[in-house]
Ligand binder design. Structure first.
Ligand code: ADP
Length: 470
């Protein structure tokens, strides 16, 4: 089958979050299933053309290879993509994002024709590529090249919908008749994600629980009505992770590699992390790690409420993250007040590996979490996740307090600081019982969240779509 992946970010070329991980690794898993996959993304100024051997193929089209044979096409446009930042500068969205990504979507459909790659499936991700299903059913409706092409639209995070003022609607190239409640209009604005939601043949999101949650008022972000109307075409497929990158046995950034067979070597990474972060070298102190975008979604408000109590306990805390200025201020204060904390307000992939390997626990108190990669990575690294029961966290972490046999972490349900503190306290209690803690670590390390199963689920969906004649 011929499959095109359309994503505004793809590892290893450009990344701001989990979307890039999915868009760069799921194609490799599909390739393993003998599918022909092409990826298309904008050629941002920050992409290193030399490092990735990116070569020009046509006027504004460049190409590189990923994995064994996945072809990546990059769309060049100096005006739209020749700037620092993918979507924003200093926390403020670019005002021409609609125009930039409408251009990317149209060019994607043109480039595929130019390179003669006639897709069975175009798989679009998030608001940046959401106009592609819309264009195929409107501007390209009569185009013979795309007659048999079907579309899948994946929602990675409903909190980001690609909103623009109504005056910008003509920049989409679409007829005003589509700017209605049943179309791309959303409280007087243009909503690009809504376009994908309404026009794609199938919709997926990144965990079964999140697929249910987004049909409710609490998590639907105002689009729950539209989502409920498309409920029969919606499916939740859990993200996987790439164990070639996320494996404590082979990762070259660790002080000492380890696996389930020599789990005791993990301690060397704790000592290394304490050194790197200027914390007291202490084998015994439980070390809590957190790597996150500093955004409301991630539960930082309830975490802030317990800071006073938490950091007075005999434990250590490392945070790696960037994001909203209010959280930068908050954690700068924490750093000044508590010697047992190390606050790293930056994006740092190498330090992230060290934190996953060196921490004892990994905290994710998210208000909502479509899938979450942090808990999957920590499980593999024998670092016990403490999570709120929502979205993909609910689908992947089993509470040890309730089920000592299959438990792989600590889970709390109500979104409250009390419940979060209770879950952390429960983990600290079990941590004191070494045999129990080792069992818990091993249960996590044994779990398989590779792409193998999820790639099969996507493939099944593509095949169903292809077989469906309309
Ligand atoms: P989201 O996509 O909502 O930000 P995910 O849990 O799905 O959250 O994915 C986040 C990914 O980005 C993880 O791989 C995490 O390790 C990584 N990450 C987040 N913040 C940082 C940071 N400051 N430095 C390094 N890696 C980070």
């Amino acid at each position: 089958m011929k499959i095109v992946f359309c994503s505004s970010e793809v590892v290893p070329f450009a990344k701001t979050g989990g979307l890039a991980d999915v868009a760069g690794t799921l194609p490799l898993a599909l390739e393993e299933c003998n599918q022909q996959v092409v990826i298309i993304l904008p050629l941002y100024a920050g992409i290193d053309r030399k490092k990735f051997n990116i070569e020009k193929v046509q006027a504004n089209v460049y190409t590189a290879k990923l994995g064994r044979s996945v072809t990546v096409y990059f769309i060049e446009n100096e005006k739209y993509f020749g700037r620092g930042g993918l979507y924003q500068d200093k926390g403020i969205d670019f005002s021409d994002n609609l125009e930039r990504f409408a251009y990317y979507c149209k060019q994607t459909l043109e480039v595929l024709k130019k390179v003669k790659f006639k897709p069975d499936i175009i798989h679009c991700h998030d608001w940046q590529s959401a106009l592609i299903p819309v264009y195929l059913k409107t501007l390209y409706r009569e185009d013979a090249f795309y007659k048999k092409t079907k579309t899948v639209f994946t929602i990675h995070n409903l909190g980001y919908q690609g909103l623009s003022p109504r005056e910008q609607f003509p920049k989409t190239g679409l007829d005003w008749s589509l700017f209605t409640l049943e179309g791309l209009e959303f409280y007087g604005k243009v909503n690009l994600l809504k376009g994908g939601l309404l026009f794609a043949d199938k919709i997926t999101t990144v965990s079964p629980t999140y697929a249910r949650e987004i049909q409710t008022k609490e998590f639907g972000c105002g689009l729950e009505g539209a989502i409920i109307r498309r409920r029969k075409d919606l499916v939740g497929i859990l993200n996987g992770i790439n164990y070639k990158e996320w494996d404590p046995q082979t990762n070259s950034s660790l002080a000492k590699n380890y696996s389930i067979k020599n789990i005791k070597d993990k301690i060397e990474n704790k000592l290394d992390l304490q050194k790197v972060c200027s914390l007291k070298i202490d084998k015994k102190a439980p070390l809590l790690g957190m790597i996150t975008r500093l955004a409301d979604q991630k539960g930082l408000d309830i975490f802030a409420e317990i800071a006073e109590t938490l950091f007075k306990l005999p434990l250590q805390f490392v945070l790696l993250g960037t994001g909203e200025p209010k959280y930068h201020t908050l954690f700068e204060k924490v750093q000044k007040k508590y010697k047992n904390t190390a606050i790293q307000l930056k994006f740092d992939a190498t330090l992230a590996y060290k934190i996953y390997a060196g921490s004892d626990m990994f905290v994710m108190p998210s208000h909502y979490e479509p899938c979450g990669l942090g808990q999957l990575i920590s499980l593999k690294f024998g670092t016990v996740p403490i999570v709120r029961k929502t979205g993909g966290l609910a689908d992947t972490v089993i509470d040890y307090t309730h089920d000592e046999n299959s438990g792989n972490g600590f889970v709390f349900e109500a979104y409250s600081s009390d419940k979060l503190l209770d879950a952390i306290t429960r983990s600290l209690d079990v941590y004191k019982d070494k045999p129990a803690w080792h069992k818990l670590m091993k249960t996590g390390m044994k779990s398989d969240f590779s792409w193998k199963q999820s790639a099969k689920d996507y493939l099944k969906l593509y095949k169903e779509l292809k077989a469906h004649k309309e």
